[in-house]
Design a protein around this ligand. Structure first.
Ligand code: AMP
Length: 427
């Protein structure tokens, strides 16, 4: 099956075309035909495509909106110009898999999109007002472009965290606010945490029940998950993706009284204060320089800027603190898994986070850590009792595989194995 994976945002549509089916999944032989991004809807859009052979195409098109842009992309993909032999017509796409940010308490697994499921995603708009409406637009655009008969599947960022128990998802505020406004921890990055935990199982040859892990997704957004018996039992992101670890531009945890204090002292509205915490904080806010860890590390090497150093130190300390909290909460773990742009590529940040965790049984193998950049592998010494691994995430592959499983009617399989065979560079 050729599955088109879509991640629809407010001004961009990310896509990947993945050829996969039951046999390919079992044999780990999925093929990524291309990936790319359509930027800036309305007027002139720019379409960038990374082809299977590593070459890049970039072209502009005059289109009205997301639907017209998708239509244009599909015409190009099906034309001789793309050179993708597997796609000669629209009908060569057999399913569309959508990343959907919020499934609230409604969706515990990936779902074939029916009108009822679409209604459920709409019901969750209140929980993710910036994201779910765009995801819905993506679904409706694909319905228009491919027709209502083409199966579409929603894969939720929140689903993997459905197993988190009440004592970990409730906030200690008046209880009635939970049923009245659905205020609770939902967690995000679920597709990534699930992907790397399943990949860890394959690497280690352990069963789901034997999978006890702390996964650290460290990218522009960052989150940690405590995975016990293969199930998420706690995670650092909360009601929204603002809680938890320090991120590129998001503050992560802070004293809730600070929100009112900033609003009052800086004469900001609540919305403006929230925007400050989401877009001007984290690494960017602390360093005053950049939200990009690569830039900060280069700056630190070159100039040892105090605020840059502090930003990196606060980032790493927060991650370490969550490891400690989750080790206690889950009663010990077999491994820590690093993923995301920073987790996969920065040996220095991994070393800083792991430093001082020898008491917990984690001994970092310096050489393995340095050598494991953008690839998969163990970075702890063999005699560690708490291991550390790097596992590049591949959310799109999981979405494509879930789409296959949902379409072929294996209800449970949306939680089964995945692998990293088709991974390549991020756009
Ligand atoms: P992501 O959101 O997963 O694409 O990750 C983006 C983050 O990964 C940015 O902060 C990048 O600076 C960071 N990143 C990517 N490559 C490296 C690298 N080689 N060293 C440090 N950080 C990196």
């Amino acid at each position: 099956m050729n599955v088109l994976v879509l991640n629809a945002g407010s001004s961009s549509l990310k896509f990947q075309l993945i050829a996969t089916d039951r046999e390919a999944i079992a044999a780990n032989k999925d093929v990524r035909l291309c990936r790319g991004q359509i930027n800036r809807f309305g007027g002139e859009v720019v379409i960038e495509v990374l082809m299977r052979d590593g070459s890049r195409r970039k072209f502009a098109a005059s289109t009205r909106d997301m639907q017209a842009s998708l239509e244009h992309l599909m015409q190009w993909l099906a034309s001789d110009a793309s050179g993708i032999d597997e796609i000669r017509a629209l009908s060569d796409v057999h399913a569309v898999g959508h990343r959907v940010v919020h499934g609230g308490e409604l969706f515990a697994e990936s779902m074939l999109i029916t009108d009822e499921v679409l209604k459920g995603i709409e019901d969750c708009i209140e929980l993710a007002p910036l994201h779910n409406p765009n995801n819905i637009k993506g679904i409706l655009a694909a319905r228009q472009v491919f027709g209502p008969k083409l199966p579409q599947v929603a894969v939720f960022d929140t689903s993997f965290h459905h197993s988190i128990p009440e004592h970990a998802y409730l906030y200690a505020i008046p209880y009635h606010l939970y049923p009245r406004h659905r205020i609770r921890r939902y967690g995000f990055h679920g597709t990534s945490h699930r992907y790397v935990s399943e990949r860890y199982r394959m690497l280690r040859g352990v069963s789901k029940e034997q999978t006890n892990l702390i996964t650290l997704h460290l990218g522009n957004g960052c989150s940690a998950a405590a995975i016990r018996g293969g199930l998420s039992v706690d995670t650092s992101m909360g009601m929204t993706p603002l809680e938890g670890l320090v991120m590129g531009t998001r503050s992560g945890d802070l004293d809730p009284a600070i929100v009112g204090l900033i609003a009052t002292k800086e004469s900001l509205s609540i919305t403006e204060t929230e925007a400050l915490l989401n877009t001007q904080s984290g690494l960017l806010g602390l360093s005053g320089l950049s939200n990009d860890m690569r830039v900060l590390q280069e700056e630190l090497k070159g100039h040892d800027d105090r605020r840059v150093r502090l930003a990196i130190e606060v980032f790493c300390y927060r991650a370490k603190k969550y490891i400690g909290a989750f080790l206690a909460g889950m009663g010990g773990s077999d491994a820590i898994v690093f993923t995301g742009g920073i987790g996969e590529n920065s040996a220095d940040i991994r070393a800083r986070i792991c430093a001082g965790l020898e008491w917990a049984g984690l001994k970092l193998d310096e050489k393995r850590n340095q050598q494991t950049v953008g690839s998969e592998g163990q970075i702890s010494t063999d005699d560690s009792s708490l291991h550390a691994f790097v596992i590049p995430t591949d959310e799109e592959l999981l979405i494509a595989r879930d789409a296959v499983r949902c379409v072929l009617g294996q209800p449970d399989a949306a939680h089964s194995e995945s692998s990293s065979k088709t991974r390549g560079a991020r756009m």
